[in-house]
Design a protein around this ligand. Structure first.
Ligand SMILES: Nc1ncnc2c1ncn2[C@@H]1O[C@H](COP(=O)(O)OP(=O)(O)O)[C@@H](O)[C@H]1O
Length: 177
């Protein structure tokens, strides 16, 4: 995590963990939040709990997120700092919110197994595998944030998770405003 984007006066950093569904965002983000005492925010859960959506998309079997409602809902808490945000998208958040952006990446055969275990099939499965194959989230992150604060981490194995959690925990605990 770089300080390039700092100067906001936040006492604690905000971190975004993004990546294709199944790459390990919630596993990693919740472990880092627990280790650092930061607040874990799963955008998918928040959208459901607070109805921050424009209905259900039957084709993709997911809620149609209302990005403006999500940003309004989170503005105050993000300005206060100390948040780890988990979402499979990153271009609609205000750039000023984040001090670090992590893109988790998983080999396609491993991701295929994880997503089929989760019950994904058909268009939803193939769209997500393509998303990972073409590194859509990494490109989106690099276009939306200063490259200095964007890091891509492999998330294929349990060892990867342990290493990623340790790395991010160290970055957060050594971060100074
Ligand atoms: N690096 C990894 N190694 C092994 N299993 C993983 C890894 N990352 C995630 N998983 C497993 O894959 C599934 C999806 O992980 P999850 O954290 O829910 O992903 P996401 O939040 O990105 O959709 C879970 O069962 C999780 O335990």
């Amino acid at each position: 995590m770089s300080r390039a984007n700092n100067g906001t006066g936040r006492p604690k950093p905000n971190l975004l963990i993004t990546g294709t569904p199944g790459t390990g965002k919630s596993t990693t983000a919740s472990a880092v939040a627990q280790a650092t005492n930061l607040r874990y925010i799963c955008i998918g859960d928040l959208v459901k709990e607070k109805n921050l959506h424009d209905g259900w998309d039957d084709k993709f079997k997911s809620y149609i997120i209302n990005e403006d409602l999500v940003c309004d809902e989170l503005e105050d808490v993000m300005v206060g700092g100390g948040n780890i945000v988990d979402y499979h998208g990153c271009d609609f958040f205000p750039e000023r919110w984040f001090d670090g952006v992590v893109v988790l990446q998983t080999e396609n055969s491993i991701l295929y197994d994880r997503l089929t275990r989760r019950g994904y099939s058909g268009t939803k499965l193939s769209n997500n595998l393509q998303c990972e194959m073409y590194q859509v989230l990494h490109e989106e992150a690099k276009e939306s944030y200063q490259e200095a604060i964007v890091v891509a981490l492999q998330s294929n194995t349990i060892e990867d998770i342990n290493r990623n959690v340790a790395l991010l925990t160290e970055k957060i605990t050594s971060w100074r405003p």
